[in-house]
Design a protein around this ligand. Structure first.
Ligand code: ADP
Ligand code: MG
Length: 225
């Protein structure tokens, strides 16, 4: 399957997310309140298991807020010609560390390509979000391959995993705020990526199958006028 991303209006996304946030934060609050109520009825005593569940819920709520802020806060993009090679070099140790912890490999293949107009902070986040998804999709080890290449007037950054792939049904939901198939997922990683891509006039294409998934981010190359 494949999916070509259409440009999401970032204002719509932020609005849609604000509405979702209220809902998503209320769920953990309800859970935590329930456990506290139980504890109160038991004279202040609390199961260790319940404490752990409450901490998990709080962590999840916290991640949701952090990811939402990272989208809403950085409204003023700082876009300048940047070398993708340098950007990926600086990200590699981070992704590599994450991969090694779960017995996976990361490989970067640099093609010759011109600089790209981008906001370094935002694109680092985009690469990181897609890469972490790729690593998470590979349950039993495998290699995450990050490539750059020049294609006509564009520069393409692709991130390929050897994971389980994405079903046709889930593919249509990709990038929707709060769509997640993970127990501890926020479902915000890709929504943030699509919004960042839209700000860069870049497109994200997803190719997926039983041998894994490739996300290709296509940037217009920077040309001096
Ligand atoms: P989260 O990672 O918190 O679930 P994301 O927005 O990053 O949220 O991803 C949303 C969903 O898209 C994931 O839960 C997963 O089902 C699917 N997904 C994203 N990337 C991949 C991938 N590389 N392989 C398989 N599924 C993926
Ligand atoms: Mg994610």
């Amino acid at each position: 399957y494949e999916k070509e991303m259409t440009r999401l209006s970032e204002l719509n996304l932020i609005g849609e997310m604000a509405a979702g946030i209220a809902h998503e934060i209320r769920n953990p609050m309800t859970t935590i309140r329930g456990f506290l109520q139980l504890s109160q009825n038991a004279g202040g005593r609390m199961d260790k298991e319940h404490v752990e569940m409450m901490l998990d819920e709080l962590d999840r709520a916290n991640s949701i807020i952090t990811e939402y802020l990272s989208l809403a806060k950085n409204k003023q993009s700082d876009i300048r010609p940047t070398s993708l090679t340098r950007l990926l070099d600086s990200l590699y140790p981070l992704i590599q560390a994450e991969a090694v912890m779960s017995g996976k490999h990361v490989q970067i293949e640099y093609g010759e390509c011109p600089d790209v107009s981008l906001d370094e902070k935002e694109i680092r986040q985009l690469v990181l979000n897609i890469s972490l998804n790729g690593l998470e999709a590979m349950g039993a080890g495998g290699t995450l391959t990050i490539r750059t290449e020049e294609e006509g007037p564009d520069v393409v950054l692709s991130i390929a995993d050897e994971g389980e792939g994405i079903s046709e049904d889930n593919l249509t939901k990709l990038g929707r705020p709060f769509f997640t198939t993970k127990e501890q997922g926020t479902g915000l990683g890709l929504a943030v990526c699509y919004s960042i891509a839209a700000r860069h006039r870049a497109t994200i294409r997803v190719d997926t199958g039983s041998r894994g998934t490739t996300f290709s981010v296509r940037f217009p190359a920077w040309r001096s006028a």
